[in-house]
Design a protein around this ligand. Structure first.
Ligand SMILES: [Zn+2]
Length: 299
């Protein structure tokens, strides 16, 4: 995929170094102390340490370094900057995500306009390990998700390592598919589909409610395909890209996940749809480029 030719979105919120939002991988000891003790107490401690240092004939910086509040000369505090992060959590991936998001904004912007609507762009929050969202706190373990309450997509770049290592799905278009799927949930939010479905889910059996969730997920896959169609039309896809996306759709299909987890495949507990269904709906969007073809609710 020629993502370098895509427009970079300005809607990426990088919270990877945020304290609390990003877990221990952020802020450093000094920020942590500030958070726990408050500014006044920390200032008092620092002043006391420097005072003792002067009495002992050590430089203030040396004293702070001994306490671990300042890193080796010329470096920022040991703020876990690199930490035990996977290979995917890097600048190149941040940029790629921002460009794919920018491209979905342009594509959906046009589609909405053609239908006399205005596309409100979602934000995409990059985080590490843990994050606070408008839908509550979440850990990376849940995978990328969309929160309708704040209209934001949440993504830990480490998921791309998972996608590759655990699910065997690699390639930039596989990653783009994941983002486009979450953006698909945003489109459902804007169109009022998700609200309608959630309302209906209150009135039906658990199995029926689950079936509705699957239909919602498959529609997001179809919408991801609609974006893929638009990218292809503009010559941004390369040979093999479609296979990458279909492979990812297959790898993260619920039946595949359940088999990998060692359990029996139980159709009623599906929330994302089977591999075959996910592929089918992605393809449907990809081939038609028409969101009207994504009516997964009438089968
Ligand atoms: Zn989804």
């Amino acid at each position: 995929m020629r993502w370098n030719d895509m427009r970079e979105s300005g809607n990426v919120e990088d919270r990877r170094n945020e304290i609390g939002g990003g877990g221990p991988a952020s802020g450093g000891l000094f920020a942590l102390l500030l958070n726990m003790l408050g500014f006044k107490r920390v200032a008092l401690i620092v002043v006391a340490v420097i005072g003792v240092g002067l009495l002992l004939g050590k430089s203030p910086v040396d004293m702070l370094r001994m306490l671990g509040l300042v890193g080796p000369a010329g470096q920022r505090p040991a703020a876990y900057e690199q930490g035990p992060r996977g290979a995917a959590d890097n600048e190149q991936h941040r940029e790629m995500v921002a460009r794919i998001l920018g491209d979905t904004e342009d594509s959906w912007g046009r589609i909405f306009q053609q239908n006399g609507k205005t596309y409100a762009q979602p934000s995409l929050v990059l985080f590490r390990d843990q994050v606070r969202s408008g839908c509550g706190g979440a850990s990376s373990a849940v995978g990328p998700f969309y929160c309708p309450a704040d209209s934001k997509v949440y993504l830990d770049l480490g998921f791309f390592d998972e996608l590759h290592k655990r699910f065997g799905a690699s390639g930039d278009f596989a990653q783009a598919y994941v983002i486009a799927h979450e953006v698909g949930h945003h489109v459902q939010n804007l169109l009022g589909t998700s609200a309608k479905v959630h309302e209906r889910q209150q009135r039906v059996s658990k199995a029926q409610a689950n079936a509705l969730s699957v239909q919602l997920e498959l529609q997001a896959d179809c919408y991801a395909g609609v974006w893929g169609h638009s990218a292809q039309q503009r010559g941004l896809l390369e040979a093999g890209d479609l296979d990458e996306a279909l492979n990812a759709a297959h790898a993260i299909g619920d039946d595949t996940l359940q088999t990998k987890a060692g359990g029996a495949v139980v159709p009623d507990s599906f929330t994302h749809g089977s591999s075959a269904e996910r592929k089918r709906w992605f393809k449907r969007g990809f081939e038609s480029g028409d969101p009207a073809q994504c009516n997964t609710f009438q089968s």
